[in-house]
Design a protein around this ligand. Structure first.
Ligand code: DGT
Ligand code: CA
Ligand code: CA
Ligand code: ZN
Length: 576
C-alpha cells in the first residue's frame, strides 16, 4: 500500500484544522500547516524514502515528531493523533471548511459561539440571521454562505481534473498489466478534459472480464466497493473519488467508448441523427433493426452515421455535431505546437527556482523562449519587484541571454492592476521590457461596471501586452470576480493586445467558453503555466485541454509563434 505525499499533506492539513477549531496553540497549528505545504511541494514521494529506509528529518519544517507521524502514515495508512481528533470532534466541522469564505477561525467561532456542528445547522443559523451577528462575519458573508450551501446541494462533490489525473494514472497502470486486458481507456468528463470531474469512467476491452474486475476491486487504494458485477463495477478511492469500470468485448468497445465519453448532450444530438437515418445507437453498437452495423472503434460508430469523429474535448453539443456531418473540424492546438511560455516567476518574487533554473527547464522542453514575469511592488507578500529591482533583473537577463543558443529569456513583469486601472510600475521601466503581463490581485469585490472599467483601463496602457487570469477564479474555491468578459475581449481586439489562458489547473482562466468567444473576436490567446516552480511547466497539458475545449487552433494561440514572429507581434502592441 503506497501512500502519496498529497495524502500525507491532507492529513496534516486536517490535523491543523481540527487543532485550530479546537482552539489549540497557534504555533502548533502552524507547524502542521507548514509541513503540509512543504510535503505537497516535494518532488519525490516520502513513502519511497521510508521504503528505502532513509531519514525524513532534515526536510525543512519536519521535526522529529512530524517525521514519526509521516512514518506511521506510510506504514499503516493512518495517523493515530488524527483519528483521535476526529473521534473527539463533530465530523461535520471539516465539511463546513469547504464552504468558500469559511476558514478554521470562522468555523471555530461558529462551533464555540453558536454550537453549530455541520452544514445543515449552519444553513439553519444563516437563514435565521444568526451568523451575521458573530464577530468578523456580517450580513454579506451570511448571504454568501447560504448561496454556497444551496449550489453545493445541486452540484455534488467534484474534483479538479489535476487531482483526478494523479489517481487515474496509477489506477490505469495497475489495470494495464492484468491478464486478458486488450485495450483500456478513460472516458467521461475526464476524456473530454473538463476542468472538474464528478467521477472517473474507465473502459476495458477483454474477452473475459473476471480478471479485470478482480484486479479493480482489490486495488490497494480503495476505500469502498460500491458494486461488483460481471460487466460493471464501481469503487471509491481513498481520495474520495468514485471510479466506474466497464468491461466490454472487442465488437462494442468503440460504441461503449463513444457512449461513455459523452457528453450526455452530445450523445442525445447524435442519437437524433441516427433516428433520422432509421438507425439506433447505444453503448453496444449502431443497429439497423437487430443487426449491428458498427461498434469496434469510435470512428466506425460515427462513420455509420455519416459523421466524422469529433475530438473528445469538443463533444459538448456546441456546434460540433453539425460540423461532424460536413467532416470539417478545426485542427485543435496540441502541446507540441507550443514554442515557449510567457508567464513565469523566479526566486526574485514568489517563485521557487532561479531564472537560470527556469531557463534550463524550458530548454529541456525544447522551448524557444521563456518570459520571466515576477510580481510588481504592490504585491509585497510575494516580494514584488519595484522599478529598481526590475532594472537590475533586466540586466541579469540580458547577461544570461548572451550564454544561450537558440533560446531567449524574455524580460517581463506580472504587473498589478491598481484599483483605478493604472499599473503598479512606471511606464519608463515597462518600456524596457519585452512584454508586460497585467493582472488583478486585489479588490475582487468591485461592482461589475467598475471592475470591467478598471481592467479596460489597464489594457489601454500602451505597454500592456497580455491580461493574465482575466476572471481571477480558483476552481472549486473562489468564484470569478464580477467582470464583463465580452467587453474585455472586444477591448483587447481594439487595442490589439492578448488574453491569457492560465494553465494552472486551479485557474484555467479564461475558461473554454471564453476562449471560444476570444477566437471568434480574433483575439490571440497566450497559454501560460504561470510557473512558480520548474515543475509547473508540465501544467501546460491542462491549459491545452481547456484550449481544445475552447476550439482553439494553433493559429489562435500567441505562443505557438516562433520567437521572431512573437517579438514582432509584441512590438506591434506597443507601437501599433
Ligand atoms: P462527470 O462524471 O459528472 O464529471 O461527467 P460525465 O460526463 O463523466 O458523466 P457520467 O460519469 O455521469 O457519465 C459518463 C458518460 O456516460 C456521460 O458523459 C454520457 C454517458 N451517459 C450517462 N448517462 C447518460 C444518459 O442518461 N443519457 C445519455 N445519452 N448518455 C449518458
Ligand atoms: Ca464521469
Ligand atoms: Ca460515471
Ligand atoms: Zn503569475
Amino acid at each position: 500500500m503506497s501512500v502519496h505525499n498529497t495524502e500525507i499533506a491532507e492529513a496534516f492539513e486536517e490535523i491543523a484544522n481540527l487543532l485550530e477549531i479546537r482552539g489549540e496553540n497557534p504555533f502548533r497549528v502552524r507547524a502542521y500547516r507548514n509541513a503540509a505545504r512543504t510535503i505537497s511541494d516535494l518532488g519525490e514521494e516520502l513513502s519511497d524514502r521510508v521504503e528505502r529506509g532513509e531519514e525524513i528529518v532534515g526536510i525543512p519544517g519536519i521535526g522529529k515528531e512530524l517525521a514519526l507521524k509521516i512514518g506511521q502514515m506510510v506504514i499503516t495508512g493512518r495517523i493515530t493523533q488524527l483519528e483521535e481528533l476526529r473521534q473527539a470532534m463533530p465530523p461535520g466541522l471539516l465539511d463546513m471548511l469547504r464552504i468558500p469564505g469559511l476558514g478554521p477561525k470562522r468555523v471555530k467561532t461558529l462551533y464555540h459561539d453558536l454550537n453549530i456542528h455541520d452544514v445543515n445547522q449552519l444553513a439553519e443559523a444563516a437563514r435565521a440571521g444568526k451568523v451575521r451577528a458573530l464577530p468578523g462575519m456580517g450580513e454579506k458573508l451570511e448571504t454568501s454562505i447560504l448561496k454556497a450551501i444551496e449550489t453545493r446541494r445541486v452540484e455534488g462533490k467534484r474534483f479538479l481534473r489535476a487531482t483526478a489525473a494523479r489517481y487515474a494514472e496509477s489506477l490505469l497502470e495497475h489495470l494495464r498489466t492484468v491478464r486478458g486486458v486488450k485495450q483500456i481507456s478513460l472516458a467521461g468528463s475526464y476524456r473530454r478534459a473538463r476542468e472538474t470531474i464528478g467521477d472517473l469512467d474507465i473502459l476495458i476491452e477483454a474477452a473475459d472480464s473476471t480478471a479485470a474486475m478482480e484486479a479493480f476491486t482489490t486495488y490497494d487504494e480503495i476505500q469502498e466497493i460500491l458494486a461488483k458485477g460481471e460487466t460493471k463495477s464501481s469503487i471509491v478511492l481513498r481520495a474520495g473519488i468514485q471510479v466506474d469500470l466497464r468491461v466490454v468485448p472487442a465488437e462494442s468497445f468503440g460504441a461503449a467508448l463513444q457512449y461513455f465519453t459523452g457528453s450526455k448532450e452530445h450523445n442525445i444530438a447524435v442519437r437524433k441523427i441516427a433516428q433520422a437515418k432509421g438507425l439506433k445507437v447505444s453503448e453496444y453498437g449502431v443497429f439497423r433493426g437487430e443487426e449491428s452495423i458498427a461498434g469496434r472503434t469510435e470512428k466506425d460508430v460515427y462513420a455509420a452515421l455519416d459523421l466524422a469523429c469529433p475530438p473528445p474535448e469538443i463533444r459538448e453539443n456546441r456546434g460540433e455535431v453539425e460540423l461532424a456531418a460536413s467532416g470539417k473540424f478545426p485542427k485543435l492546438v496540441e502541446a507540441s505546437d507550443i514554442r515557449g511560455d510567457l508567464h513565469n516567476h523566479s526566486t526574485a518574487s514568489d517563485g521557487a527556482n532561479t531564472i537560470e533554473e527556469m531557463a534550463t527547464a524550458a530548454q529541456e522542453l525544447g522551448y524557444e523562449y521563456l518570459a520571466i514575469c515576477d510580481h510588481s511592488k504592490r504585491l509585497t507578500v510575494a516580494s514584488g519587484l519595484d522599478e529598481k529591482r526590475l532594472a537590475k533583473q533586466i540586466k541579469e537577463i540580458d547577461k544570461l541571454n548572451e550564454s544561450f543558443k537558440n533560446f531567449r529569456l524574455l524580460k517581463g513583469t506580472e504587473c498589478d492592476i491598481l484599483e483605478d486601472g493604472s499599473l503598479d510600475l512606471d511606464d519608463t521601466i515597462l518600456a524596457e521590457l519585452d512584454l508586460v503581463v497585467v493582472s488583478v490581485h486585489s479588490k475582487f469585490n468591485l461592482p461589475r461596471d467598475q471592475q470591467t472599467e478598471r481592467v479596460l483601463r489597464a489594457l489601454d496602457n500602451k505597454y500592456t501586452s497580455i491580461l493574465a487570469h482575466p476572471t481571477g477564479r480558483l476552481i472549486l474555491e473562489r468564484e470569478p470576480y464580477d467582470i464583463d468578459i465580452a467587453r474585455v475581449i472586444e477591448h483587447a481586439k481594439q487595442r490589439g493586445c492578448f488574453l491569457e489562458l492560465n494553465a494552472n489547473p486551479m485557474r484555467l482562466d479564461l475558461n473554454d467558453v471564453h476562449c471560444q468567444m476570444a477566437k471568434k473576436a480574433g483575439v490571440l490567446i497566450s497559454i501560460d503555466v504561470d510557473g512558480h516552480h520548474v515543475r509547473d511547466l508540465s501544467n501546460l497539458t491542462f491549459g491545452i485541454g481547456q484550449a481544445r475545449r475552447g476550439w482553439l487552433e494553433k493559429k489562435d494561440v500567441l505562443n505557438t509563434r516562433p520567437l521572431k514572429e512573437l517579438l514582432k507581434l509584441l512590438n506591434a502592441v506597443r507601437n501599433g
